[in-house]
Design a protein around this ligand. Structure first.
Ligand code: HEC
Length: 102
């Protein structure tokens, strides 16, 4: 019964999606608020700086490079010091952008 197995497969991947989504619940909200306006909701840079902001679906920066860019800024990207973005949010966002690589 191929139809049933396809439905089961779809259900299984939905469950997977739901569980990985809840594990990263914090990251998308901080990301959506502070990064998505320029980097796009999907992290491809399809936002306000279309084509110019870093595309996380192509490459994941190393943690030190990521932290430096976020904390120090990278013109025209503003810097996010710890008063604007906690270390926990930074870590959560880094964990999230790692999932965007295709
Ligand atoms: C005002 C728009 C804007 C916002 C807001 C913004 N970025 Fe960026 N970001 C950019 C642009 C534009 C670049 C490309 C800069 C360049 O390469 O010269 C960039 C580059 C980066 C890079 C790559 C640095 C490298 O190694 O080349 C990282 C990492 C990054 N942004 C993370 C973030 C995160 C995380 C947030 C949210 C906390 C964020 N950005 C918010 C516009 C923005």
């Amino acid at each position: 019964m191929p139809k049933t197995s396809r439905i089961l497969q779809a259900l299984a991947s939905l469950t997977l999606l739901a569980s990985s989504g809840s594990a990263l619940a914090e990251a998308p909200s901080a990301f959506l608020k502070k990064c998505a306006p320029c980097h796009g909701k999907d992290g491809t840079g399809a936002g306000a700086f279309k084509g110019k902001a870093f595309d996380f679906s192509k490459k994941t920066p190393s943690k030190p490079a990521f932290t430096k860019a976020v904390r120090a800024g990278k013109n025209p990207m503003p810097k996010f010091d710890p008063s604007k973005l906690s270390d926990a949010d930074l870590d959560a966002i880094y964990a999230f952008v790692q999932t965007l690589k295709r």
